[in-house]
Design a protein around this ligand. Structure first.
Ligand code: FAD
Length: 465
């Protein structure tokens, strides 16, 4: 009698779930294993937060727009999929920060806002003399005695002083996490900076000694695809075996039977059985699928910020006064609603047709999320008002696309790493064969999600083999 296939079900078709499904099937094929994989997704499309729109010659990212090129996972996956020749890097340009309502170029050589070159730091008018002297105290301040986790705000304020934090570091970190730096965990976001302080005492000296430097060549630091990040999603979807993907199938609950078989129930009442389940949905959804497991209750309380992106197309000659730059960030002490903006047609020239300008702005941060619930018209008005403080635009945009991402940016608050480790251990003990991965746990960036997908594949293979 033939051996019965093992059944793996992956829940959630964002970048994490899709990467898991793709790499898992590749490994199963390579090793000729009797394992079948299904990927179930609540909505009618794969990609989750990754979503590219194409219209009138524009390539418009609704959610994420690129990945850090220094992280190898996207290039590696693109090569595996045979789409590496469509990878492109951004065009470099000046980045700005709006602090106290004024626009300043970000001093060259800053890494996470930490100055690594003396001249741009001394000459910038972004910081007062007192602020600069306070930041220079980093050279002499003792290392922290902290052995437990601490907030990013506490860590950076102690080393660099409030002014450098408020004018530069905080806006940069808000751009990444949309969070409150006085709540976010150092050990879950930048553990390497804690190590650097412990090793070298000074962050500035430590970064220099560790050989980290700002890329000074012509190539940009970010990667995307000529047809947008959706290319990665579409290529992985096409690379899956037929009958792997089930769209518009929303999971409501998962129950483990005594035999360690899982029964997955969908909103339409249908059920699916699995020997192993990988859940890659946002964290609050995971908790709702397993309401009776107390070790998952904390996921209900784990915060997630709502954000929105606003893409606007203009005829280039409608922009009467422009800024020579590619992007800007906004500090909390500025009278702006935007948190950041990109002159996308300059940073990524392939995204707009000849003679057109594509601007992309971001709204929503922890403590200021209600703006995301305003109507499209209200949001458009707010964005145009903010833009008019730094640019002169004549007439209305040719189009405006508002994309809302409710509760989409998981907040890794102090103690996150320990809570997640504890969750993994308890899941292994009481729900063998269940694996949890995605942006809520070990990194929010696309490369971090791909790493988590890769790790999930190793874990499920080890479990089933
Ligand atoms: P998701 O993309 O959220 O996927 C989860 C999937 O699970 C979804 O498809 C969802 O429909 C599905 N699902 C939910 N509930 C159920 C259910 N009950 N049953 C079945 N399926 C379900 N990162 C970068 O690296 N670079 C950037 O430029 C960048 N910019 C960003 C901009 C924005 C506006 C946002 C919101 C995020 C950005 N990020 C960026 C972060 C990054 O995009 C995300 O962290 C990442 O895409 C999350 O992927 P995921 O697979 O973990 O989750």
């Amino acid at each position: 009698m033939g051996q019965q296939n093992k059944r793996v079900v992956i829940i959630g078709g964002g970048i994490t779930g899709l990467t898991t499904a793709y790499y898992l099937q590749q490994e199963i094929k390579d090793k000729h294993l009797p394992i079948e994989v299904k990927l179930v997704e609540a909505t009618h499309r794969l990609g989750g937060k990754v979503h590219t729109l194409k219209r009138d010659g524009y390539v418009i990212e609704k959610g994420p727009d690129s990945c850090l090129a220094s992280k190898p996972e996207v290039s590696r996956l693109a090569e595996r999929l045979g789409i590496e020749d469509t990878l492109i890097r951004n065009r470099k340009g000046t980045s700005y920060v709006i602090a106290g309502g004024e626009l300043y170029p970000i001093p060259g050589g800053s890494i996470v806002g930490i100055p690594t070159q003396i001249a741009p730091f001394i000459t910038t008018s972004l910081f007062s003399l007192t602020g600069k002297m306070r930041a220079a105290a980093d050279f002499v301040l003792p290392r922290s005695q902290e052995t437990e986790d601490q907030s990013l705000g506490k860590f950076f304020r102690r080393r660099m002083g409030d002014e450098v934090v408020d004018h530069l570091i905080e806006p940069l970190l808000t751009g990444i996490f949309a969070g409150d730096i006085d709540q976010l965990s150092l050990m879950s976001t930048f553990p390497q900076l804690y190590e650097l302080e412990q090793k070298h005492r000074s962050l500035i000296a430590g970064i220099k000694k560790s050989g980290q430097s700002v890329n000074s060549n012509e190539k940009g630091n970010f990667l995307t695809f000529t047809e947008g990040l959706q290319s990665l999603i579409d290529a992985m979807e096409s690379g899956l075996n037929p009958n792997t993907v089930y769209k518009s199938m929303k999971v409501t609950s998962i129950e483990k039977e005594d035999s360690n078989v899982y029964t997955i129930t969908f909103t339409n009442g249908e059920q699916l059985e699995a020997d192993s389940v990988i859940v890659t949905t946002p964290h609050h959804v995971v908790q709702s699928m397993f309401p009776t497991y107390p070790f998952l209750t904390f996921l209900k309380e784990m915060p997630a910020t709502s954000v929105a992106t606003v893409a606007m197309g203009f005829a280039q000659d409608a922009i009467k006064k422009d800024i020579a730059g590619t992007e800007f960030l906004v500090s909390r002490n500025s009278d702006y609603s935007l948190t950041a903006g990109t002159w996308t047609h300059k940073k990524w020239p392939h995204t707009a047709p000849e003679g057109k300008a594509l601007l992309r702005c971001y709204l929503g941060k922890s403590g200021d999320e209600t703006i995301v619930d305003l109507s499209d018209d209200e949001i458009e008005q707010i964005v145009l008002e903010d833009l008019s403080k730094i640019m002169d635009i004549e007439g209305e945009p040719e189009f405006t696309i508002v994309s809302r991402y409710k509760n989409s940016m998981p907040q890794y608050t102090v103690g996150h790493r320990e809570r997640i480790q504890d969750m993994y251990e308890q899941a292994e003990a009481s729900l063998p064969g269940l694996f949890i991965a995605g942006s809520s746990y070990e990194g929010v960036s696309i490369p971090d999600c791909i790493v988590q997908g890769e790790k999930a594949v190793s874990k499920v293979m080890e479990y089933l083999e």
